[in-house]
Design a protein around this ligand. Structure first.
Ligand code: ADP
Ligand code: MG
Length: 236
């Protein structure tokens, strides 16, 4: 296991001349839309977790982020909020097509992310869908062409990229690779490589992983641009 190269502190010092980073302990101190904030409040989210404190300001600023934190640390909101805010700022509508893509290792995790997105995204008028297989391919194909945010498992996503001519990701703004170590452990490395080749290079990318193995570092080099490294190691 390779330790992260930079702690947030050194990252911030390095960037302090030209950029401003918000420090927030509560969601209402973040530069986010009222739509998102009200949904967070409705779901009783008030204080940021450690990973959210470190990564949210950077992700909201548009940086690529490589985040390491254990399961249960609150990584889902760390990428869903930046997605909602980016598309909100771009005034993304139904007609703009796919703006955000979240890749998750398993159906179960994808469905969990979808449930959280439904809660925190409820005041936004964006469409979101799952691409996880288990349903009729044709039906899924018909549906995903109309989605602004997709949550997908790697195999099924690549199948759509290869076979669905109307699957258009040319306007993608933000990519999330969640549980990257698990994605790689499950043998999806080449699938992810192929997916990345189909995505526009100009985009924001957030990569989360519980551990930072060599293969995660390699994927980070392939997918991220000048990433900020953010890690939270709790003492138990
Ligand atoms: P991870 O993806 O890091 O494993 P999750 O995003 O699934 O973690 O979050 C784990 C749990 O913590 C969930 O039940 C979630 O609702 C809760 N949670 C996340 N962020 C906060 C927060 N800021 N305040 C309170 N609970 C939170
Ligand atoms: Mg998670």
């Amino acid at each position: 296991i390779i330790p992260p190269r930079l702690t947030l502190k050194s990252t911030l010092t390095q960037n302090s001349q030209n950029t401003q980073v918000y420090y927030a302990t509560q969601f209402n101190q973040l530069p986010i839309s009222r739509r998102t904030l009200f949904a967070l409040t409705d779901n009783s989210y008030q204080y940021l977790t450690a990973i959210q404190k470190k990564a949210l300001p950077l992700a909201l600023r548009g940086n690529d982020v490589l985040g390491a934190a254990r399961t249960g640390s609150g990584k889902t909101l760390t990428f869903l909020i930046p997605i909602l805010e980016l598309l909100w700022r771009l005034e993304w509508t139904h007609w703009d097509g796919l703006g955000a893509l979240i890749i998750s290792p398993t159906r179960e995790l994808a469905m969990q992310i979808f449930q959280v997105l439904r809660k925190v995204g409820k005041n936004h008028s964006l469409s979101a869908g799952l691409v996880i297989g288990g349903t009729d391919f044709e039906e899924e194909r018909e549906r995903i062409g109309r989605m602004n945010i997709l949550i997908a498992t790697p195999g099924r996503l690549l199948q759509h990229m290869d076979q669905s001519t109307d699957f258009d990701c040319s306007r993608l703004q933000i990519l999330v690779l969640d549980e990257a170590d698990q994605i790689l452990d499950m043998g999806f490395e080449r699938t992810i490589d192929a997916i990345l080749r189909n995505l526009p290079k100009q985009r924001q990318t957030l990569l989360f992983s519980a551990t930072q193995t060599r293969s995660v570092q390699a994927l980070a080099r392939l997918s991220l641009k000048e990433p900020e490294y953010v890690a939270v190691y709790e003492r138990n």
